[in-house]
Ligand binder design. Structure first.
Ligand code: THU
Length: 140
């Protein structure tokens, strides 16, 4: 029996949109969901989890990424992220940095409520010249 094919980009975006229902966002009222596909075809999901003290708020991406890492999946291929509203929600600066650690070449599909997602390559489009492990190793 062969393994199920990995989700398509459209399916990842649909999952990210659905995951907004799991968000806990009583303070901002802005729900974000995401779906992270690993190179070996596994999918990890997340939604933002806010906090009364505000700063402990965890973005959707920083729910999904550690789940992938602790499951042994560090090779990340595609992230779909969807926020409330019409415009695409792109990952915040902190999430860009956290994702860059593992996947400078990550394909990011940024979506809103409807329509096609905007596509980016993390290290090329969203965090050019980012600081990652290679810089520590070389000291440059
Ligand atoms: N948020 C995310 O979950 N991911 C992002 O990359 C952008 C921002 C959340 C954090 C907060 O709960 C809400 O959106 C408003 O900033």
């Amino acid at each position: 029996m062969s393994a199920a094919p990995p989700p398509t980009h459209d399916e990842l975006v649909a999952t990210a949109r659905r995951m907004r229902d799991r968000a806990y966002a009583p303070y901002s009222g802005f729900r974000v969901g995401c779906a992270l596909l690993t190179a070996d075809g596994r999918m990890f999901t997340g939604a933002n989890v806010e906090n009364a003290a505000y700063s402990p708020t965890i973005c959707a991406e920083r729910v999904a990424l550690p789940a992938a890492v602790v499951a042994g999946a560090r090779d990340l291929a595609v992230l779909a992220v969807a926020g409330d509203g019409d415009g695409p929600t792109t990952p915040c600066g902190v999430c860009r940095q956290v994702l860059f650690e593992f996947a400078p070449d990550l394909l990011v599909l940024a979506a809103g409520d409807t329509g096609p997602a905007a596509s980016y390559v993390l290290g090329r489009d969203l965090l050019p010249d980012g600081f990652g492990p290679a810089r520590l190793a070389t000291g440059t």
